[in-house]
Design a protein around this ligand. Structure first.
Ligand SMILES: [Ca+2]
Ligand SMILES: [Ca+2]
Ligand SMILES: [Ca+2]
Length: 128
């Protein structure tokens, strides 16, 4: 199970509470989460299990190429990789999913592919 999404916890404000943010829980269903700690010598703690339950689908924003719930720089990087012929991870629903708050799909120009349109679109929203 090495291809599961992961999120690193960090304590940026040094108050002893480690936090993370993960926006990939977009589909209706139950997400099993395993949390564990690793120390500086690579020793792992016993895992703690928890779950997030989504009762409704959440629409992904336009341009969310990797399907993590946000359209941002990693999506542009994926688009550039694809254009350069480097394998990039494209969300399996990218070409067909409808986007948040609109009749248009997540696919920026509706051609079912990742191309320059998505790169320009993402850089455009990142610049705002
Ligand atoms: Ca903290
Ligand atoms: Ca994304
Ligand atoms: Ca497209």
């Amino acid at each position: 199970m090495t291809n599961l999404p992961t999120a690193e916890f960090s304590d940026t404000d040094n108050d002893g509470t480690y936090e993370t943010e993960y926006k990939g829980f977009t589909k209706k269903g139950t997400y099993q989460i395993t949390v564990y700690a690793k120390d500086a010598e690579d020793y792992y703690s016993l895992p703690v299990q928890t779950a997030v339950i989504r009762t409704e689908d959440v629409a992904n924003p336009r341009g969310d190429i990797n399907g993590n719930g946000e359209a941002d720089l990693p999506d542009a990087v994926t688009a550039l990789q694809v254009l350069a012929g480097i394998p990039g991870v494209i969300w399996y629903d990218y070409a067909s999913a409808g986007s948040a708050g609109g009749s248009a799909g997540v696919d920026v120009n509706g051609d079912g592919k990742v191309g320059f349109e998505e790169v320009f679109y993402i850089f455009d929203i990142l610049g705002k």
